[in-house]
Design a protein around this ligand. Structure first.
Ligand code: DP6
Length: 359
């Protein structure tokens, strides 16, 4: 299914009020999505770990729409948020061709993040996936659709993608792929899929996010993706991502940490290199980012321990390591890296089990 067939408008008898709620995690990309066409269709396949602790909790009260009531109200962390409300209204309007019933209801949406806004953890992935899951759930309830888990999550992934590309990957647990790739025959650009057959070492991987800076990003990801349209390395980059998918999936099947780490670090640095050579150019790493990366590499070569880094489109460093070295990694991070963190802040996370319905 790559096309969503819209359901007919709700009959009067189906127009009911109710409440749904989903908790959905953020994710960290191992192979990066950077470059898109149309509405969040990726130029290359990407692969991510779903996180556990970093999540958004969203609940939606819905009722038959009344002309005197606003279509959508949005409360974030207990406060009415006009700007977010507008973004969500725009998103829901964009969904009307595939979910026309959204126009027949009004929505009071409440959302909370488990992590701070400025932490460099992708809040659009968790928030857009939580909202997409709620909307699919409402559709399921009002149309009394049969319980087809596979179809439900696939649709949620597609809807989440329309909100933010990386959000498509947050609806599944553990390791998730999104985007056409020769190495995964059922992977598609329209939605993400869970990746199985991964060595157990990756099921409990740690991701400690070291906060280098809490400043707002100087370029939004949407603007960043657009820079790839004129980047002279774009085609080579898309080929590299495809090659990385193949190497990474093989190494993750075999439990080969050395190759895993090499590819993941290469991906992070390529993402930043692409931004540096974009027009206009952006340097999103800070001196602290480089200092942390160098210490991780030095410690790895001295100790022989499998501890690696990745980066998002920002200065904060995601430190990746297997559960088996958690004790040594903790000691190293606390002694050598924490002093480099802004306000000594490190947010600890691990690979997680995907979204949970709580209402
Ligand atoms: C660097 O998914 O935030 O985190 O589709 O425009 O919402 P939009 O972009 P977004 O881009 C994420 C970019 C990235 C890499 C990744 O998560 O794959």
């Amino acid at each position: 299914m790559t096309e969503i067939k819209p359901l007919p408008l709700l009959e009067k008898s189906q127009l009911l009020e109710g409440k749904v709620g989903w908790k959905s995690p953020s994710n960290i990309a191992l192979v990066k999505y950077w470059g898109k066409r149309a509405v969040q269709l990726p130029e290359n396949a990407s692969l991510s770990f779903t996180l556990s602790e970093a999540h958004t909790t969203t609940s939606v009260n819905y009722a038959p729409r009344m002309p005197e009531k606003p279509w959508i109200t949005f409360t974030f962390e207990g406060k009415k948020e006009q700007a977010f409300s507008e973004r969500i209204s725009k998103y829901c309007s964009s969904l009307l061709p595939i979910m026309p019933f959204l126009n027949q209801l009004s929505f009071d949406i409440e959302s909370r993040n488990s992590f701070p806004h400025s932490s460099g953890i992708a809040s659009s992935a968790s928030s857009m996936s939580a909202l997409a899951l709620c909307l699919c759930d409402i559709e399921q309830v009002l149309y009394k659709l049969e319980n087809d888990e596979h179809a439900f999550f696939r649709k949620a992934s597609m809807l989440a993608r329309l909100g933010s590309g990386s959000a498509s990957r947050s609806v599944y647990p553990k390791l998730v792929a999104w985007g056409r790739s020769k190495v995964i025959s059922d992977a598609r650009d329209e939605y993400a899929i869970p990746v199985h057959n991964v060595h157990p070492v990756f099921e409990t991987f740690h991701d400690d996010v070291l906060i280098v800076s809490e400043e707002k990003k100087s370029v939004s990801s949407t603007a960043g993706h657009a820079l790839m349209d004129t980047n002279i390395f774009a085609e080579k980059r898309y080929q590299q991502a495809e090659d990385h998918m193949a190497i990474l999936l093989k190494s993750m099947g075999e439990g080969n940490l050395e190759i895993f780490g090499k590819v993941v670090e290469d991906e992070a640095l390529t993402l930043h290199a692409l931004m540096m050579c974009s027009d206009p150019s952006y340097i999103l790493m800070e001196p602290g980012t480089i200092a942390v990366i160098k210490r991780i590499r030095a410690f790895r070569s001295e100790s022989g321990l499998p501890i690696f880094f990745t980066l998002d489109a920002g200065p904060n460093v995601h430190i990746l390591y297997p559960e088996s070295i958690a004790k040594q990694a903790d000691e190293f991070i606390n002694e050598a890296l924490r002093p480099l963190a802004f306000n000594n802040r490190i947010i600890k996370d691990v690979v997680g089990n995907g979204p949970i319905k709580f209402i």
